[in-house]
Design a protein around this ligand. Structure first.
Ligand code: MN
Ligand code: MN
Length: 488
């Protein structure tokens, strides 16, 4: 009892010392995450608008992982990057890349520090939710021709009906050549289409659950509706389409079996709002992080530590396969980079290098939507326009499957951001029991490096048309650049 009384006295003594309120002190003690349109200069806003325009142009030609890789390699080559295979050894300022099956990409700028001290890595994914073609996609029903699809990643199936769709992908022809398809993007291209029921006859459909009224087997894309004038036989419309495809591309029905064809929204990236503050586009997840990561690497000449960017495939389905982030092929690049800087491979040296490596897993997260406030904890969610979201841990429910960044590492990044005037915010993906999700961070953390998730908040994530803030995009670029240039 005596002890408690003593502490009460101490508390009241303390209270006496700070009894007067001070606006300045209150501001210093409270955490605040300002809206960047309000807190930043006109110069920052102008830069954000200009950066966004370049992003939108890049996004419009990079809707699939293969297209993103091709366009990134072109940008890298322009800046003097070469295939790491062509180099016997690497020195400060050397710029190298390696394509991962044409669907993922690793690239690096060699820094001044020795390799064993570790690399600074930015890692994003460049696949997005979409509809893939089934192996036998082509069929005719009641004189209409369709492609059957198999959706890829987490989608709300009903969102994919009655929107303009484009067809992207590759077909390996019998003569061994690769045919690249891209139809539906140019203004005078045809688009493709999944129909939905008219409301006049939709009462039964409308009473079904939203995850049931459009089934996976209903996502059939309309690709033709005509026939040859002298053909009254069965499958005449399918024949007309196959004949056209054969004339145009030299393919037949069996060539689809081994093809990789993706159906994506045909819409271009557009400004949203009278003030043009936001961008709507397909595939912000995760190209809105991949693009600033690419730009941050392109800005490097001779960094202190070797800077690496990893753009991976298959994140939306668990990062599997040899082009997904769990593939050894990504690590092979790190091994080769280490060996060629180090003047030869040494196992312990490489492992120390990875243990000393620092990484931002640059993936998007959900932005708070006032319309759906109930799924988020308002005190622990990211908002549009407040900058890059730092996410200490991911996972679902009791942090299941989480990659949880070490406090020491997280705080060291926040110190660097503070020194360089980089705004940031934090939050979780929804309420504790509402759901959750993961990123590639867990797979890289497993190798031993320090990793934390850090990306742009997205509205309507995984929808065919997602929305982000231009200020968030630009300051994410500055945050990534700041990280690879300054973290030790
Ligand atoms: Mn993502
Ligand atoms: Mn995603």
């Amino acid at each position: 009892m005596a002890k408690e009384k003593k502490s009460e006295k101490t508390l009241s003594e303390k209270k006496g010392k700070t009894a007067k309120s001070s606006k300045k002190e209150k501001k210093e003690l409270f955490a605040s995450y300002p809206n960047l349109w309000e807190s930043r200069s006109q110069d920052d806003i102008d830069h954000a608008m200009a950066f966004s325009e370049e992003y939108m142009a890049f996004l419009d030609i990079s809707k699939t992982e293969r297209e993103f890789v091709n366009n990134a390699v072109e940008a890298l080559t322009d800046k003097g990057f070469v295939d790491i295979e062509s180099k016997k050894s690497l020195k400060v300022g050397d710029k190298v890349y390696s394509s991962i099956k044409g669907k993922g990409l690793m690239f690096a700028v060699v820094g001044k520090e020795e390799a064993v001290k570790g690399f600074n890595i930015l890692g994003a994914h460049i696949d997005s939710p979409r509809l893939d073609l089934k192996p036998n996609p082509l069929y005719e029903e009641d004189e209409l021709v369709f492609f059957k699809t198999h959706y890829y990643g987490g989608i709300k199936k009903y969102q994919w009906t009655t929107i303009p769709l484009a067809i992207h992908g590759v077909i390996m022809k019998k003569d061994g050549t690769k045919l690249t398809l891209n139809v539906g993007e140019k203004d005078d291209d045809p688009i493709f289409y999944i129909s939905d029921l008219l409301p006049h006859l939709g009462s039964e459909q409308m009473s079904q659950r939203a995850n049931e009224f459009i089934k996976g087997e209903d996502l059939n894309v309309m690709i033709g509706a005509s026939k040859l004038s002298d053909d009254d036989s069965s499958n005449a419309c399918k024949y007309a389409i196959l004949k056209l495809l054969n004339q145009e591309y030299g393919i037949d029905e069996k060539d689809f079996v081994s093809a990789e064809i993706e159906i994506v929204p045909a819409m271009k990236a557009r400004d949203v709002g009278f003030d043009r503050a936001l961008i709507a586009a397909y595939g912000h997840d995760d190209k809105v992080c991949a693009y600033p990561a690419l730009m941050a690497l392109l800005a490097q000449e001779a960094p202190a530590r070797t800077c690496v960017c990893m753009l991976s495939d298959k994140e939306e389905i668990g990062s599997y396969g040899n082009s997904g982030a769990q593939s050894r092929l990504y690590e092979n690049f790190l091994v080769e980079l280490f060996a060629k800087i180090n003047g030869g491979y040494d196992e312990l040296g490489y492992r120390k290098c990875i243990a000393n490596t620092k990484m931002l897993s640059t993936d998007v997260s959900n932005a708070f939507d006032p319309k759906y406030a109930s799924v988020s904890d308002k005190r622990n969610t990211a908002y549009l326009n407040k900058g890059v979201k730092m996410e200490k841990y991911t996972g679902a429910r009791g942090k299941s499957g989480a990659s949880d960044a070490n406090s020491e590492f997280f705080a060291s990044i926040l110190r660097i951001f503070a020194e360089n005037d980089i705004p940031w915010q934090t939050g979780e993906l929804g309420k504790v029991d509402a759901g959750g999700g993961g990123t590639i961070s867990a797979y890289l953390a497993k190798l031993g490096m320090e990793v934390i998730d850090c990306g742009v908040p997205v509205l309507s994530m995984h929808a065919p048309y997602e929305v982000i803030s231009k200020m968030d995009l630009y300051f994410t670029y500055l945050a990534y650049k700041c990280f690879i240039e300054n973290i030790k």
